[in-house]
Design a protein around this ligand. Structure first.
Ligand SMILES: Cc1cc2nc3c(=O)[nH]c(=O)nc-3n(C[C@H](O)[C@H](O)[C@H](O)COP(=O)(O)OP(=O)(O)OC[C@H]3O[C@@H](n4cnc5c(N)ncnc54)[C@H](O)[C@@H]3O)c2cc1C
Length: 376
């Protein structure tokens, strides 16, 4: 079977790209190794720019039903006096973004495939890519598919990246993210993030009286927190937020994810493109990973629209030129934040508290942070 564009991986990034490119008039297919469509229970923050992109696909109205808007972000240091807050009013926006269950976004995107004539193949892991005959031929576990452009949206352990022999840099953040949901007494439409001595802890509102929690904990102590009873764990979280949240009750099982950094050395080569986590994966402390992936989707779709698939070399070089520096910059900021806050040195602590407080008072600096969170 032949297509213009073949997308490997139907996570949020791959599904959004499939819709956008089919709306440009291309014959698009998407392959996923999962037997049925993914329905992740993780909650993600979606910024204003990604919202505008979902709107351009005509799916935002459906996603919005399960999206919870947040109007404020408060960040502070447990071990000092550092504090910074951002709010929608200062940015002249109705809100700063939304917290949405990933599965709801996936369901609503995949629900649009038929209408947009996107062929989907489930339960078919990609096994081989063959370049030798001009067109690119992909072998899945069940069939052979051919396309002019192959796009790997197959996540951090990308098979496309491996088969295309694209090198990458990767290292462990030496932290594990523990994720769970709580019933909360107070959420005031605010994301609360505090830097504890063992890693950043955030509560993100998902309903009027519910929040999702993500605590990225240093690996030397993470097992202790994973194996604690629900009551002990809840008490630890409550202790870190003190009076800011009122009563807390855990309402979902704790899940945990090891945290790694990854950057592919190139994002495109020989008609094969990497988009989203297959190209770059960062620490979740600023909730920007998916938003960066949607940025890739927007950029690649725009380049395809401008050049057509015939000008593959132009698309390849422009995509690499535009997306690699943005994502490297983002990865460097996450690294600086993570390292800055894991320092036990008193002078570093003093410096970061002062820097936080200055940034909170100096509006151009604060505006820059806000742009990063809302417009990446
Ligand atoms: C704990 C945690 C919290 C996070 N919170 C946020 C947040 O608040 N905001 C935010 O923006 N980002 C957040 N992120 C990052 C975000 O989850 C990812 O950046 C995003 O989900 C990546 O999407 P993707 O579509 O690129 O990849 P994935 O969601 O990983 O999708 C990859 C797809 O490819 C398929 N696949 C894999 N291998 C193959 C193969 N060989 N053949 C066929 N199909 C294949 C898989 O089945 C899957 O469906 C968080 C990450 C973590 C770990």
């Amino acid at each position: 079977m032949g297509f213009d564009i073949l997308i490997i991986g139907s996570g949020v990034v791959g599904s959004a790209l499939a819709i956008k490119t089919s709306q440009l008039g291309y014959k698009v297919a998407i392959v996923d190794s999962k037997e049925t469509f993914p329905n992740s229970f993780r909650h993600l923050s979606v910024n204003q720019k990604s919202k505008a992109f979902f709107n351009s696909l005509n799916v935002w109205k459906k996603i919005e039903n399960s999206a919870f808007p947040y109007e404020q972000i408060k960040v502070w240091d447990q071990e000092g006096t550092g504090f910074i807050d951002f709010n929608a009013q200062e940015a002249n926006l109705p809100n700063l973004g939304y917290i949405i269950r990933e599965g709801e976004i996936q369901k609503n995107l995949i629900g649009e495939f038929q209408k947009n004539n996107i062929e989907s193949f489930w339960g078919e892991p990609l096994i081989k890519i063959d370049h030798s005959s001009g067109a690119i031929v992909c072998k899945t576990s069940k069939q052979t598919l051919q396309a002019k452009m192959i796009i790997g949206c197959d996540g951090m352990n990308s098979k496309v990246r491996e088969l295309a022999e694209i090198n990458f840099r990767s290292w462990s953040y030496n932290q594990t993210a523990i994720v769970t949901n709580f019933k909360t007494e107070i959420n005031d439409n605010c994301i609360k993030q505090t830097f504890t001595s063992i890693g950043p802890l955030a509560l993100l509102p998902i309903k009027e009286d519910e929040s999702t929690m993500i605590w990225s904990i240093d690996d030397d102590v993470s097992y202790k927190f994973i194996s604690m009873s629900e009551n002990e764990f809840t008490a630890e979280v409550k202790n870190k937020f003190s009076e800011q949240i009122g009563k807390l009750e855990m309402i979902s099982k704790r899940q945990h994810f090891p945290l790694h950094h990854l950057s592919a050395k190139t994002f495109a080569n020989n008609g094969i493109f990497l988009v989203g986590d297959s190209a770059h994966h960062i620490h979740p402390l600023a909730g920007l990973g998916l938003n960066a992936g949607i940025g890739d989707v927007e950029c690649l779709a725009e380049l395809i629209k401008l050049n057509g698939l015939e000008k593959m070399k132009e698309i390849t070089s422009s995509y690499n030129r535009k997306r690699i520096p943005i994502n490297l910059g983002l990865a460097a900021s996450m690294e600086a934040f993570k390292r800055g806050f894991s320092q036990k040195n008193i002078w570093v602590k003093l410096f970061r508290n002062t820097a936080f407080n200055i940034a909170n008072k100096v509006s151009p600096l604060k505006k820059k942070f806000m742009e990063l969170a809302t417009e990446l």
